[in-house]
Design a protein around this ligand. Structure first.
Ligand code: MRU
Length: 364
């Protein structure tokens, strides 16, 4: 997508063995790119959230594994490096999905052919992510067009949570792909961007990317969604997913569940943009079978921002000594999900519909 008129992707291979990423911890105040040169740097970039978002961490881990194999590509090293990279973040399944695909393709190869093959495969996964997101965009666009037609061309008001935008993928985003497609096609959209405490991925990342692409948007505090829906101000909710189970339970950024409840109560369609790389066909029950990442309580107790003089500063906003909890994700049961926007079309959030759409992924 575009930043100041130029096209960017979130991750870009340079020479064999190095990739460039956007350091997302600095956004929206600074747009800086950094180079990752080894597997440790890739693992740290994921753990420290310089790259984040389910699809992007999968692709970054794939490149990280390729870098590791340039040092040692033996079976032992392959499994060890996969373990290290997979441990960086526990919830998004894309990480494990990408590493499992790499392992399956690399293990049968001769040890000295693995690093090069891994690099090519990582690039393939990156390209695949772009086309999957673009397809999600095309299917979601039809949804937005239908609502726009019903509204006689008035703007379609869409609420989104966290950042499931191009910054969370290689390009396009998942939840934002239909939005960008609609905007580019001249279908009017107004986006309500949840700030998404505690890390504020909505306020700092989604707003930043929508702004650079020229998409009209307003940042709203996390708690306002229910009020907006009660007053008919939201036509459609589209969120992303870190892991969707075989029966359609959706794990996504903390707070997604509350938006789904409010949408259900107000008859607002609640759609989840779900690339198949985020669907975990090995589990059914999202509530009991997904590990929910718990992060440092400092993300809750402190805020970082730009002062009026332009300095970036971190301040404490809570009483000294107060305990804080920081659950990073929650699970929305399938019954609250109107539909999953996948690369193969819009699919009902149910075991039967998901199995019919992705028969090759079903585990028997
Ligand atoms: O903790 P983050 O910023 O990695 O969480 C991101 C989300 O929850 C996104 O909604 C999800 O990964 C889908 S990204 C296309």
């Amino acid at each position: 997508m575009r930043v100041q008129g130029a096209s960017y992707r979130t991750i870009r291979p340079l020479d064999f063995g190095t990739v460039e990423i956007i350091d997302q911890t600095l956004l929206p105040h600074a747009f800086e790119r950094i180079v990752l040169r080894d597997a440790e740097a890739a693992a740290n970039a994921i753990a420290d959230m310089q790259v984040r978002g389910a699809p992007l961490i999968g692709v970054t881990a794939a490149y990280g594994l390729a870098m590791a194999l340039m040092r040692d590509a033996s079976n032992e090293a392959l499994d060890y490096d996969i373990e290290i990279l997979a441990a960086t973040r526990p919830t998004a399944v894309n990480l494990r999905w990408a590493l499992a695909r790499m392992r399956a393709a690399l293990l049968p190869l001769a040890v000295n052919a693995r690093a090069e093959a891994a690099w090519a495969l990582a690039s393939e996964l990156a390209e695949e992510d772009v086309s999957v997101c673009e397809a999600i965009g095309a299917h979601g666009l039809e949804l937005i067009r239908e609502i726009a037609a019903r509204k006689g061309g008035a703007p379609v008001n869409i609420l989104t949570h966290c950042n499931a935008g191009w910054l969370a993928t290689v390009d396009w985003g998942t939840a934002t792909a239909p939005i960008y497609k609609a905007h580019d096609a001249g279908v009017r959209v107004d986006i309500y961007v949840d700030e998404t405490r505690p890390r504020n991925q909505g306020a700092s990342l989604t707003a930043w990317e929508l702004g650079h692409h020229g998409v009209p948007h307003a940042i709203v505090v996390d708690n306002v969604g229910g009020h907006l829906m009660q007053h008919g101000m939201i036509d459609l909710v589209i969120v992303g997913t870190d892991r969707t189970t075989a029966r359609g339970d959706v794990c996504n950024k903390i707070g997604t569940y509350l938006k789904a409840l409010a949408a259900y109560d107000n008859d607002v369609p609640f759609f989840v943009a779900a690339p198949s790389s985020s669907i975990d066909f090995s589990i059914e029950d999202g509530l009991s079978e997904i590990e929910i990442e718990q992060r440092d309580k400092r993300e809750v107790t402190h805020l970082t921002g730009r002062t009026e003089s332009g300095r970036i500063e971190t301040i404490c906003i809570t009483p000294e000594g107060s305990h804080a909890l920081n659950y990073a994700f929650d699970v929305t049961p399938a019954r609250l999900v109107t539909g999953l926007i996948t690369e193969r079309g819009i699919v009902e959030a149910s075991a039967q519909a998901l199995a019919a759409a992705f028969p090759e992924r079903v585990i028997t």
